[in-house]
Design a protein around this ligand. Structure first.
Ligand code: DOR
Ligand code: ZN
Length: 386
């Protein structure tokens, strides 16, 4: 059995659901699942209830994460139509601004071009008042007077809209979960022209296609939807233009997805889009390495180095993950630690079982159990040292 040692992974796109949806996940259950997946830093999205759209709500989230998280957590802020600029005073304490310009779960949607302009303009103006954008690479623990990128959920025609605003306002733009050929080819071209744009792809868009949805139904429903095999192929062909692998860990219960056999279908509520993923990213990617589709360095670049650089995340000293890369195991709903208790990859044979995670010198996961105390994770970008 070969065991390798990797740095702690960064999952730059998770939904830990707290506050508001703790029956799906919370800071403790979600970060326990992260550690079991070899992930020692997560960046959490603002589409909670209430959404993270004011300094006070950000502080409430910071307090929850400080009390419960077992790995390090960065928090995004988001804008609401009702009070579009309310998040701005909290900008420096977030890992970035998330804008949803397409339909998805939650109330955070900004679809009017004028408002999207305004968000780019005000984020750039705030950065100019401060010390600009977060440094490209840093080992500093916090950067209290700089801003992170704007991360957009932009699909189809909204991709060129966001790219042109990135160019107009010269704001670092990160396009989350790119899923289609037309999108990645446009982003590649924008990068070649020198725009400050980066992007990410999820394991589900890399390893599943619409054929899974056609066979398996709502369990495989998320936004962006699983795409055609040619789109999946395009992501692999354009891997060099994909900066980050991130999961979009978006747990919903199976009944909420309309998938519970023992419950009557709740026809008054549409099935919710989103799939969990923080536990399964590393084994799926290591299996691709084993199959020769990916180099280990490609994985580390996109799961550690690039997210650290793009979001200016601090180094985690004395932190590593030990992984058995030989033994085949089968992903299953039963083994899932996320509170929702299922995975879209159930039944898949993978290599890459996480045997141990050490965070800042402490063994926090021993291959079976999470040993870290709730609250031992750090919340990033807060002014005061913890
Ligand atoms: O499928 C999705 N679910 N896509 C998103 O962008 C949001 C997510 C959620 O929060 O459930
Ligand atoms: Zn998401």
């Amino acid at each position: 059995m070969a065991t390798i040692r990797l740095p702690g992974l960064i999952d730059a796109h998770v939904h830990l659901r707290e506050p508001g949806y703790t029956h799906k996940e919370d800071f403790h259950s979600g970060t326990c699942a992260a550690l079991a997946g070899g992930v020692t830093t997560v960046l959490d999205m603002p589409n909670t209830e209430p959404p993270t759209s004011t300094p006070r709500r950000l502080q409430e989230k910071v307090d929850l994460a400080r009390a419960k998280a077992v790995c390090d957590v960065g928090l995004f802020v988001g804008a609401t139509v009702a009070d579009i600029d309310a998040y701005l005073p909290a900008a420096t304490r977030s890992c970035g601004l998330k804008i949803y310009v397409n339909e998805t779960f939650g109330s955070l949607r900004i679809e009017e071009l004028g408002l999207i302009h305004r968000l780019f303009r005000t984020w750039a103006a705030r950065a100019a008042e401060l010390d600009g954008w977060r440094p490209a690479a840093t080992a500093a623990p916090t950067t209290a007077t700089t801003l992170g990128p704007i991360a957009v959920h932009a699909e189809e025609l909204m991709v060129p809209v966001c790219l042109s605003l990135c160019q107009l306002y010269d704001v670092p733009l990160h396009v989350v979960h790119v899923s289609r050929r037309s999108e990645i080819e446009l982003i590649r071209a924008a990068k070649e022209k020198g725009l400050p744009v980066t992007c990410e792809a999820t394991p589900h868009h890399l390893f599943l296609s619409e054929e899974s949805f056609n066979r398996g139904g709502n369990r495989f429903d998320m936004r962006p939807r699983l795409a055609a095999p040619d789109d999946v192929e395009a992501l692999w062909e354009n891997l060099d233009a994909i900066d980050i692998f991130a999961t979009d860990h978006a747990p919903h219960t199976l009944p909420e997805k309309g998938m519970a056999e023992d419950l009557p279908a709740s026809s008054d509520r549409p099935p919710l889009p989103g799939v969990p993923g923080v536990e399964t990213m590393l084994p799926l990617l290591l299996t691709a390495v084993d199959a020769g589709r990916l180099e280990l360095d490609d994985l580390l670049l996109r799961c550690v180095e690039n997210p650290r650089r793009i979001y200016a995340l601090p180094e985690q000293p004395q932190t590593w993950v030990e992984v058995d890369v030989d033994t085949v195991h089968v992903l299953s709903d039963e083994l899932t630690r996320a509170r929702c208790g299922w995975t879209p990859f159930a039944g898949r044979h993978v290599k890459g079982r996480v045997e141990k995670v050490v965070l800042r010198g402490q063994t926090v996961f021993d291959g079976e159990q999470v040993l870290a105390a709730p609250g031992s994770g750090r919340v990033l970008f807060q002014e005061s040292e913890q």
